[in-house]
Design a protein around this ligand. Structure first.
Ligand SMILES: Nc1ncnc2c1ncn2[C@@H]1O[C@H](COP(=O)(O)OP(=O)(O)OP(=O)(O)O)[C@@H](O)[C@H]1O
Ligand SMILES: [Mg+2]
Length: 377
């Protein structure tokens, strides 16, 4: 069973939100509603997050990402639709039950993590536990462990203003980790950091995730960050989810021109893997002729040298060493050029682009059915 499930979620701000949902269900778009003074922040969003997954929600400013996240932890009540967490419908919980779930099972990490200036780093990291009423000794033990996990061992007694922005953000991460909450909601958590520190935090999160196997919803407007972190990526546009898929799905089979234009500057050779582009071996393929043998998760940038030295395709094996496919040179070159048609800022194609003009639903189904779920972590 999936850990977290959003089912046809809507969030409308303004007067008569229910009427607005009805209009949206009948095909109205955001702009039409705006004319009436209502904002459709999230429109018909459905997705599932599996245990241990990093699910990334990506979209431009104003596309509805934070509003979606706030519905996932009950800070904002959906205008329509359901959120299920471990099978429990959050929309049916009382305020008290919701607070309980939020303090024990869900942690948020924000973009600008506000630390208490007059509390030590250790006390800041243990704050979530304090709210839960965990006794001091245990609080300090768990906060110390969490700080170590977040790469801040030795800083426990420092004050927040002695830390750099990146380190303060780590304290925020430590606070979330200390509570043992296994659903982490991260809203642009790394966006305020310098590029190098940001990359470092991404690496750290991936390392932590390998060990802790939390369920994470991570919001970003940065495609490269989405591709590095996401097991699944949902692309939002104007309140709707226009595609859900792995980074490969989004690069290789973008649901529409919008997604294609979003991804056109990505370095495909580093994101795409041998497993994502491999073909079936042709009759007569002899494994001994292959200039190299790689595993499915090898980035294709590593295939160029072997492909340049031999006419024979590169062999691709699974974890057990069984041949699962091949990558011929022609395939390698072709995928770097795809998709050809997209232009920056162009509008979605209509007829031939799955999900281009429809509600998120069909695009999501399309996304899910393509490709494998890469391990990401
Ligand atoms: N409380 C609110 N009242 C009215 N409108 C709101 C409210 N919160 C959000 N909105 C509107 O909903 C839309 C989506 O906002 P949201 O904050 O979810 O976007 P976002 O994708 O998180 O953007 P950003 O990347 O800038 O954080 C925006 O048009 C915003 O103005
Ligand atoms: Mg936001």
């Amino acid at each position: 069973m999936s850990r977290l499930q959003a089912e046809r979620l809507y969030k409308v701000f303004g007067r008569r939100p229910d009427d607005a949902v009805e209009k949206l269900r009948h095909g109205a778009d955001r702009e039409e509603l705006r004319a009436d003074g209502t904002t459709a922040a999230v429109i018909d969003a459905s997705f599932e997050v599996e245990p241990g997954q990093i699910f990334v929600v990506m979209g431009l400013s104003g596309s509805g990402k934070s509003t979606l996240l706030r519905m996932l932890n009950g800070l904002s009540e959906p205008t329509a639709g359901h959120v299920r967490f471990d099978g429990q419908d959050l929309t049916e919980l009382s305020a008290r039950e919701m607070r309980e779930v939020r303090s024990k099972k869900i942690s948020m990490v924000f973009q600008h993590f506000a630390l208490f200036p007059h509390r030590s780093v250790l006390e800041n990291a243990g704050y979530g536990l304090e709210v839960q009423g965990v006794p001091r000794a245990e609080r300090e033990k768990r906060a110390t462990e969490a700080l170590e996990l977040a790469g801040l061992k030795g800083w426990e007694k420092s004050w927040p203003d002695e830390l750099s922005g990146g380190m303060q953000q780590r304290v925020g991460l430590a606070r979330a980790l200390a509570t043992d909450a296994d659903l982490l909601l991260m809203d642009e958590s790394f966006s305020a950091l310098d590029p190098l520190i940001r990359r470092d935090m991404q690496d750290q999160l991936l390392v932590l995730q390998k060990r802790l196997k939390k369920t994470i919803v991570f919001i970003t407007h940065d495609l490269n960050e989405a591709m590095r972190l996401g097991d699944q990526i949902a692309v939002m546009r104007d309140g709707r989810i226009v595609q859900i898929g792995t980074s490969e799905d989004i690069l290789v089979t973008p649901a529409n021109e919008y997604v294609a234009s979003f991804t056109q500057d990505v370095d495909r050779s580093r994101v795409l893997t041998a497993g994502a582009i491999m073909a079936d071996p042709e009759d007569g393929f002899v494994r001994a002729d292959a200039p190299a043998t790689v595993t499915e998760d090898t980035p294709i940038i590593e295939l160029f040298t072997p492909c340049s030295t031999s006419e024979a395709p590169v062999a691709v094996t699974d974890g057990d060493g069984t041949l699962v496919g091949v990558v011929p040179r022609s395939r390698l070159l072709a995928v770097l050029g795809e998709p050809m048609e997209s232009e920056p800022g162009s509008e979605p194609r209509d007829a031939d682009a799955p999900g281009a003009d429809t509600a998120g639903e069909s695009a999501q189904d399309g996304g899910k059915s393509v490709g494998k779920v890469s391990s990401g972590a």
